[in-house]
Ligand binder design. Sequence first.
Ligand SMILES: [Ca+2]
Length: 341
Amino acid sequence: MRIPGAVRWSVGRLAGLTLALILTPLGGRDFDVIGLGAAAALTSRAAVPNLPKSARDADLILIPAGVTQIGDDTAPPDERPAFHYRGTAFLMDRSPVTLAQYRAFVKETGYVTDAERFGSAGVLDETEGAWMAVQGANWRRPNGPKGPAAQENHPVTQVSWYDANAFCGAYGARLPTEFEWERAARMGQTPDGHVFKRGDPIELSGRYLLNAWQGTFPLLNTAADGYRSTSPVGAFGVAPSGLTDMAGNVWQWTSSWYLPYGAPQHEPAAGEGERVARGGSFLCSPTFCQGYRASARNHTTPDTSLENIGFRCVADPGRITQIVGRVVTRPIEFAKGGNAK
Ligand SMILES: [Ca+2]
């Protein structure tokens, strides 16, 4: 399977879970991770064995109806042409789904993620500067059995699109479309309401505005922002919308297929197609990847699990129930910036 973008995988899951990685020149792309191809025999998705009985420990923010620009005519080709999008109101998880929330889901439902069923997941080997399929890497230990346990208040990672979709659906919610995600991001990505576009600094007066990569990508991660990997949700403050982590930390799955703007939309053929992720991640270097821009699109196959992709759910206001989560009417206070553990 050929996967366009800055980073390509060729996958041999059936032959011992080994991966070869090809780092290609940027060529104008600025995403940090593009695509994990799938071995056809292992792509069937897991079902949710039991629906959760308990309410979800999550806060949701009302994103009112409105018209917003989508895309950016100064950005890479797949973000063009920019256009105006009119969206209806929806409720969006205040923060990406955390490990604690995912653990509760697994405990109640018995769900097994794709990475657990496949036996491996994608981790960036910073000594080699290459992506590897690490055996035993999953949401509990995103870097593999020898790595640290994931932390409860960080975004869950190593979840495929199928895993994310199953989680949201089990609670009566859904994944946002990429247009919903961008509309929410354009309400501000930082506590002062800044919306990132190409070339914007991510540090002001010694304070980092998001969890991204500092140093020479992909071999030197100085973690000047305080975090080598994921950060606690909300560590970089709350946007005016009430949302956190709408730039950096982890990419977030959306329900949208990766399709060009300005062209007739079509559903990819069965077994083909990629889903869009938004938001950038801790692996995003401003000199290599500016995926934290509001208009930036990442895309990969829906069975891909990586250490820097998580998700958040949304719900339609008319369908809110106790199990979906709590609706927040006033933003919750978080720290005003990063640079601290
Ligand atoms: Ca960082």
